[in-house]
Design a protein around this ligand. Sequence first.
Ligand code: ATP
Length: 221
Amino acid sequence: MNIVEVTGLTVRYAGATALDGVDLHVGAGELVALIGPNGAGKSTLVKALSGLVDPAAGQVTVRGRLAQVPEGREMFADLSVDDNLRLGGWRNGRHGRDTAGIYRLLPALDGLRRRRAGLLSGGQQQMVAIGRALMARPDVLVVDELSLGLAPLVVTELIGHLRTLHADRGLAVLLIDQNARLALGLCERAYVLEAGRVVLHGTSDRLRRDPRVTTAYLGGP
Ligand code: ATP
């Protein structure tokens, strides 16, 4: 069963076409990557998944719960980590849900409960953003630019958490990232978006060996 199904999706902004007939799906418990250069339409696709933009054509179907880890993390800087997590539950209609489960899933957050989110490092904030999204007990997590501005070691740690959530909870992930090496490393399948169109898709193994991917996204053959 597909949790996310996008068919023929076209989105236009004031005449400019941001997405042009995009087909994409994420199966239950699947790890899927979406890569592409700046302006390819990745953020627009994320917005369409959450219903924040109206398609000019095509369809978005989400079966089950979808939660987002937004680009830029969007913390409430003056609130504690714990309050940020609770607000995640509130935003997702699960106000008052216990945060204990999140600390079990992401033990690194446990010692940071009372800290002001705005004073955390980028990696710690990204972890809060993941925890906040998990408050909704999603079937699929849409992670927008996980690696942006973070040190490689921190990114490796966050990827490890996503792997564990996938393995232990059957969480499906749609990972959108400009870092193709990272995205293909985590995910089983990937889509390459360029100028609003899916120009390539397939297993990560196959894409890693495709000259069009190695040249444009992996820094040469
Ligand atoms: P980046 O990696 O730089 O965030 P992206 O792949 O997420 O890029 P989008 O932000 O989805 O790309 O943008 C796709 C296209 O739509 C771009 O040409 C962009 O300039 C245009 N666009 C995005 N948002 C708007 C908007 N609100 N109004 C008009 N044009 C927009």
